[in-house]
Design a protein around this ligand. Structure first.
Ligand code: SAH
Length: 390
C-alpha cells in the first residue's frame, strides 16, 4: 500500500484527530498515488497515523478514514460505519428524519446522508468517497430496506476533486416529493430540486425553540425557503405570519406547506429581496412582535469574511428596527467561518446601531444529529440565537 510520509512538524489539526492532510504537509509519497486509492499515513519518523483516501488533484491530499492500523477499508468497513452512526442517532432520539452521516464528525469525510423517513439522500463530495458509493448504497439497503435513495451530487465543490456534478436515483425511481413529519407538522421535501439535500434538518430543534415567544404575535420571517419556521410559528399560536424569500419556487413550496397544515389563512409568503424590503419597511415604520432571519451563508472562503460580517450585521440591523419594544429577534447564521463569539458580537453591533438593548433567551447550534467535535472547527457551523429586543 502507498505510504504518505508527513513533514517533521505536523499541525495541531492532525494531532487533534482531524482527518484532513494538506499537500503542503506531506514530505514524500512512497508508491502510486492514483486518485481514490487507500493509502497509509506516517509521521516523519515512521509512526502510523491512519489510513485514508488520496487525491493528487485536491489540495487536501489525503482524508483519513481511520486511525486504527488493523482496520481494513472495504465494503464491510462502510457498513459498520453506517451502523454505528445509525445507533448513535437512535440513542440521541433522531430516528424518523435525521442527518445519518455528517461527514467528518461521523469519521466519513465528505459524505453526507440525510434520512427522510424511508428515503435517503446522499452526497459524496470527494473522489475517495465517491468510489465507495456502491458500498454506501449497499449498506443503506442492508440496514434500512429503504423506499428510495437519491444522489444530490450537483455541488460545485466536487469539481475541485475532478468529479462531475450530477444528481439522480441510486435505487428504483420514486416520487421525489416526499412528505415528512416534524414537530407534529407536515413538510414536503423535494429531494430532486430542493436546496442542498432538499430540507434543512439542522434547524429541527431550533424551530421548536420559538414555541413560547410567537403566541398571539405578528411574525415576520425572512429567508424562509419552504416556510418551515413560519408554519411552526402559526402552529404555536401566532396571530399573523409573513414569510419572505427571493426564490419564487421556495415561496410556492412554502404556500403548499402552509396549506398542507391548514395555516393558509395565517401564513402569507412573498417572493422579494429581504434586504430591500426590510430597509423600506423600517422607513415606513412597520412593526412586528417577532422577526426571524435565516440567511444563506454569505461566504464560503476566509477572504470574504468581512463581506459576510457586513451582510449579517446589515440584515440584523434592519430586522431589529422592525421589532416592537419587548419583541423578539430569532436569528441564525450557517457559515462555519463566523464562529459563535463573532456572531454574538455582530448582533450586538447591530443592536448598538439601532440603539436597542438585547436580552438573550437562548443560543444554540445545529441539532444533535449533526454532532460537533469541539476542536474540529468546521463541524460547528450553525448559530441560532433568540434575543428580546428592549
Ligand atoms: N429557514 C429555512 C432555510 C433558509 S435557507 C429553513 O429552515 O428551511 C436561505 C434562503 O434564503 C433560501 O431559500 C434563499 O432562496 C433565500 N435568500 C437568499 N438571498 C435572499 C434575499 N436577498 N432575500 C430573500 N431571500 C433570500
Amino acid at each position: 500500500m502507498t505510504k504518505v510520509i508527513l513533514k517533521r512538524k505536523i499541525s495541531n489539526r492532525v494531532l487533534n484527530g482531524h482527518p484532513w492532510i494538506f499537500a503542503n504537509e506531506v514530505n514524500i509519497v512512497d508508491g502510486d498515488s492514483t486518485g481514490g486509492d487507500i493509502v497509509e499515513v506516517f509521521t516523519h519518523d515512521k509512526k502510523f497515523i491512519g489510513k485514508g483516501y488520496i487525491n493528487p488533484k485536491s489540495q487536501i491530499l489525503v482524508r483519513l478514514l481511520t486511525r486504527k492500523k488493523e482496520d481494513v477499508i472495504n465494503e464491510d468497513f462502510f457498513y459498520q460505519r453506517l451502523l454505528t452512526a445509525w445507533k448513535y442517532r437512535q440513542q440521541i432520539g433522531y430516528t424518523e428524519n435525521c442527518r445519518l452521516i455528517f461527514g467528518e464528525a461521523d469519521f466519513m469525510p465528505q459524505l453526507i446522508i440525510d434520512k427522510f423517513n424511508d428515503y435517503f439522500v446522499i452526497q459524496t463530495l470527494a473522489l475517495g468517497m465517491d468510489v465507495w458509493k456502491p458500498a454506501i448504497v449497499a449498506a443503506i439497503e442492508k440496514i434500512f430496506s429503504p423506499k428510495g435513495i437519491y444522489e444530490r451530487n450537483d455541488v460545485p465543490v466536487r469539481e475541485l476533486e475532478g468529479l462531475p456534478q450530477q444528481k439522480g436515483f441510486l435505487s428504483a425511481p420514486f416520487d421525489t416529493k416526499i412528505i415528512i413529519n416534524e414537530n407534529g407538522l407536515k413538510f414536503v421535501v423535494d429531494v430532486e430540486n430542493g436546496q442542498k439535500t432538499g430540507y434543512f434538518l439542522d434547524q429541527q430543534d431550533n424551530r421548536r425553540a420559538i414555541q413560547h415567544i410567537v403566541k398571539g404575535a405578528d411574525v415576520l420571517g425572512a429567508f424562509t425557503y419552504t416556510g418551515t419556521f413560519e408554519i411552526h410559528a402559526a402552529h404555536y399560536g401566532a396571530k399573523s405570519v409573513l414569510g419572505l424569500d427571493i426564490s419564487e419556487n421556495a415561496v410556492n413550496q412554502a404556500n403548499n406547506n402552509s396549506a398542507l397544515n391548514g395555516y393558509a389563512d395565517i401564513c402569507k409568503f412573498e417572493a422579494v429581496n429581504a434586504f430591500d424590503v426590510l430597509k423600506q419597511w423600517g422607513k415606513d415604520g412597520r412593526k412586528y412582535d417577532v422577526v426571524m432571519l435565516d440567511p444563506p451563508s454569505f461566504t464560503k472562503t476566509r477572504e470574504n469574511i468581512q463581506k459576510a460580517i457586513t451582510g449579517y450585521k446589515e440584515i440584523n440591523l434592519r430586522g431589529i428596527k422592525l421589532i416592537k419594544p419587548g419583541g423578539f429577534l430569532v436569528t441564525s447564521s450557517c457559515t462555519n467561518l463566523v464562529g459563535p463569539d463573532m456572531f454574538l458580537e455582530i448582533i450586538q453591533m447591530a443592536a448598538k446601531d439601532a440603539r436597542r438593548q438585547l436580552r438573550q433567551v437562548c443560543f444554540q447550534a445545529q441539532s444533535a444529529d449533526h454532532p460537533i467535535i469541539r476542536e474540529w472547527e468546521n463541524t460547528q457551523y450553525l448559530k441560532f440565537l433568540i434575543v428580546q429586543v428592549l
